[in-house]
Structures are given as structure tokens and as C-alpha cells.
Design a binder for this molecule. Sequence first.
Ligand SMILES: Cc1cc2nc3c(=O)[nH]c(=O)nc-3n(C[C@H](O)[C@H](O)[C@H](O)COP(=O)(O)OP(=O)(O)OC[C@H]3O[C@@H](n4cnc5c(N)ncnc54)[C@H](O)[C@@H]3O)c2cc1C
Length: 456
Amino acid sequence: MDLVAELRALVGDNGVLTGERLAGRVYDKHVGSVAARVLVRPASTEQVSAVLRLCHSRGQPIVPHGGLTGLVYGCSARENEVILSLELLNRIESVDVAGRTLRVQAGVKLQHVQEEAERHNLMFPLDLGARGSATIGGNIATNAGGMRVVRYGMMRNLVLGLEVVLADGTVLQSLNRMLKNNAGYDLKQLFIGSEGTLGVVTRADLRLAARPVSACSAFVACRDFAAMVELLGMLDARLGGQLSAFEALWPEFYELTTTSPARSSPILPYGHGVYALIEALGADADTDRERFERVLSDAMENGLVADAVIAKSEADRNAMWAPREDVFQMDRYGTSHSFDVSLGIADMPRYLEAFHAALHAGFPGARSFVFGHVADGNLHIAVCAGDADVQSIEKCVYEPMRGFSGSISAEHGIGLERKPYLEISRSSAEIATMRALKAALDPRGILNPGKVIDVH
Ligand SMILES: Cc1cc2nc3c(=O)[nH]c(=O)nc-3n(C[C@H](O)[C@H](O)[C@H](O)COP(=O)(O)OP(=O)(O)OC[C@H]3O[C@@H](n4cnc5c(N)ncnc54)[C@H](O)[C@@H]3O)c2cc1C
């Protein structure tokens, strides 16, 4: 029997898309080339297992797909590859209110998990711009972070247990609702951030948090980066653990996203060294606000904050977030290349100096825009340099990282795009261990081949 017929026998007609039904699906430009001739969408863990068993026996490469929001070509698929979509595994199975956990299938959208938690007066803290499309499986496979990492950590901190199907079809049942489980190796950690190269995530136990009842937000300007870092330390120390977001916007980015054709207008005047968006989530609207205002007023008095606006309403709050989230404004300058790197906060100014020097030496007319979750050590950098070749721009961003022991990927992972630079952030012993893990778990190399590492 040919492969498509065998797949149909396993998952039924509705579970296999070919020809026009496959071609009609829209793929994000960042998925890259999707030449696969068949997409299979199992409706249960057992079906995922059967599909993988079949592919394993045939040495058939298979590429897992979630919501296709990744930006590093982790979902691109060649003609001889099968796409495995998790879209029919789309059920939230249960919520344990007392234990604050939620069990979910991998194809559920992040936003649906957030909404389900809210219905139980709880919160799933992971939040990011792609919430309406990204799936929990994709969030796990890329160890997503988002806006609230400073308080709640990344996906790795929010996953208690996983069900994963291995390359040969074995169902690795590692679901777990306990916070403490030190019975041997914590196998789920292997699959979080593995970008579909070690196993297919089918279900997860997620950790929920109390739902905040107050949100205090402010947009502030600081004279320079050093003052902003000091401010961050002060907020962390004095807000009683409520600091939940601290986003920095460098002047070029702030001006870009608050001038026409962008829809936002400036919140504070231009001309300051750096701007920050601050958010604290708490449990008592009155006292939280009082404390928030007191801390910011002290920060102004001692010169850490040069100017500030505090949101008085939900509309104010949305207006403050709008320039930060309007991340595609740079497209007005032609093709833009986005990077997200990670390094120690104290090293950021020197790293940015080295990056700008490299960029302007190679591309004198290039524009760059910097913003990011600085409290997590995460900088987003966007570069517009006409039709300059991508590799040369990548080198300007990644090469200076060598001097700072930073990471070439704070989010999204490695995929295909960042693979040539992995050795900047990982030692040869680490990469060799990654290869050993890949060989042990996927000896025939069928899972998302070519992504993250080359096997040989
Ligand atoms: C507008 C926007 C804002 C973003 N903001 C942030 C941010 O602030 N912080 C952050 O960390 N990230 C951010 N991201 C990236 C985002 O976290 C990832 O794109 C998302 O988590 C991937 O989910 P997905 O379902 O779209 O996965 P996909 O893009 O479909 O897949 C991503 C990778 O995971 C693999 N994969 C998918 N599902 C599974 C599965 N069930 N089992 C095994 N492997 C699987 C795929 O093969 C691929 O390698 C942003 C992305 C966008 C577009």
C-alpha cells in the first residue's frame, strides 16, 4: 500500500489532506517552503502513535505543525516529508481548581487555555502576541516566554507533566500534576524546547496561578540604561513580588511606533535615553495602586525616572501597550529582519554598541530598532538594510554575542534559520550531547529532520 493510503487507514479520510485540500491551507511566510504532499491530522494520542509507528517503520520524515507562528522555519517541510498537524487534538480535558492545574491536548490555542483558566477565576500566566494562533504544543516545543517571564517564568516553569509520542510510536506517559516529583529523571524537560525533534507532544498538565484583580501600569522615561536597570531592581524589591512585566523601548523603536503611519501617538516626549513599560499585577486594587504610585514617585525623586505616566483606566493601559506590540512598523523601511537574543542585563549596552558598530561598518544606511523583555535578559532587534544579504546581517547580530556568553535565541528556538550559529551559544560538548540524545530517541532521524542540529 502506498503511504497516503496507509495513513488514511489509520486516521480516516478526514485525517489526511492532499492535493487541493492541502494546497488551500495558508501558511505563514515564516514557515518557509512547505512542499510536503500530505498532511496528517490525528484525532487522538493513539492515532499519533500509529502514524509515528508507520513512519518509523518506513524511515519516513515527519514535521510537527502547531499554529505556525514560529519565525525560524521550524515548520518548513520538503516534498518527501509528511506534515503532522495537532489541530484535531483540541480539547481542554480538565481543570483542577484546588490543585491549580489544567490538563490540555497539544493543539489547543494558548488563548483558549487563558480563557478557560479565567472561567475558574485562575490565570494561565503565559502571554504573547500570537496567543490567538499559537498552540500549547508549539509553546512547549519552543519553550515560549512572553510578557510575564519576570514573574512566572517561561513555559518550562509552567509545565508539570507531558504526554509525548516518541519517534517509534511509543507513548511516553509523563503526565503529572504534582509540583514535587523527584522520582528519577524529569523526562518532560527533554521535550520542552526541543522543537519537535525528539518527540511529539500530545497532552500536557499546566500550572495555573491565582487570577490577579488589580493591574497597575506605567510608561516611564529614563535618562539612560543604567538608571533603567536600577529602577528595575527597585521595583522588584519594593513591589512585593507583583512586578509582572518590564519592557524596554529604545528611542528609535519608540519613535517608530508612535509616528504616522503607526496609530499610536507619543505617550511621553521624545529625547530621553530609554523608555520602559511597567506592569504590576496584584490582589488588592486600592493598596496595590497606592504602593505602585509611591514607588514610582520615589524613583522620580531620586532621579531614576525622568518622566512617567500611570494608566488610570483599561483604555490607558491598552494605549501604553500598543506601541510595544506594534512590532511590524519597521516594514515601512522595506524588508526587516528580526532577532531575539539574550544576555546579562549589565552587558546589554556594550553588546548593543558592538552590534551597531558591526552593522554600520557593513551597511552604513541600515536602520535598527531595539526593544524587549529586558528583565529576562531578552532583546529584540529588527534590522532594515535594503536588499543586503541576510547572512551578513545575521553575523552583525550574532558574532558580537561571543564576547558576552549570551544566547542567539531567547525565543522561537533554532529551527533552520539559526542553526549555523548554534555554536556561538552552545559548546561542542553540549552539541555532541544533543546529537547523542537525538540518536537515542529518534535513531532513524524521522522527526523534524534538519531542525536545531545536523545529526552528522
Ligand atoms: C506576534 C508574535 C509574538 C510572539 N511573541 C513571543 C514572545 O513574546 N515570547 C516568546 O517566547 N515567543 C514569542 N513568539 C513565538 C511563539 O512563542 C511561538 O511562535 C509559539 O510558541 C509556537 O507555537 P505554534 O503552535 O505556532 O508552533 P509552530 O510555529 O507551529 O511550531 C513551532 C515549532 O514547534 C514544533 N511543534 C509544534 N507543535 C508541536 C508538538 N505538539 N509537538 C512537538 N513539536 C511541535 C514545530 O515542529 C516547530 O519546530 C511570538 C510569535 C509571534 C508570531
